[in-house]
Design a protein around this ligand. Structure first.
Ligand SMILES: [Zn+2]
Length: 111
């Protein structure tokens, strides 16, 4: 399977997330210097920023895992049941480790 296009997409997305993370960390650092009377609002902002950071972090982990699968030749194969993931699904979700069926099952298990 030709993984070049997926690798390119994943690496571009990773660069984007890393840039965003750097910005979030910079914002978090800045907020610490804010005026005392603004602290309550700032703390709320902090939480939102930290949440955003966490989502980005999880996506980065998924992207790294996908890049690893590209490197070892298992990309595009469901890590759960070994089924081939459809190209349409990979185009939409290049970092997904699961076929559509497993993704639905995992989502149900976590619900
Ligand atoms: Zn599967």
């Amino acid at each position: 399977m030709d993984t070049a296009i997926y690798e390119k997409t994943l690496k571009a997305r990773k660069a984007e997330l890393l840039a965003r993370q750097t910005k979030i960390n910079a914002d978090l650092g800045q907020l610490k210097d804010a005026d005392l009377e603004e602290q309550a609002t700032e703390n709320e902002n902090d939480e939102v920023l930290e949440e955003l950071g966490e989502v980005a972090e999880n996506e980065l982990i998924a992207i790294d895992a996908a890049l690893e699968r590209i490197a070892n030749g298992t990309y595009g194969i469901c890590t759960r049941n070994g089924v081939k993931i459809s190209p349409e699904r990979l185009a939409a979700l290049p970092a997904t480790p699961f076929c559509a069926e497993c993704a639905a099952e995992v989502a149900e298990e976590n619900a």
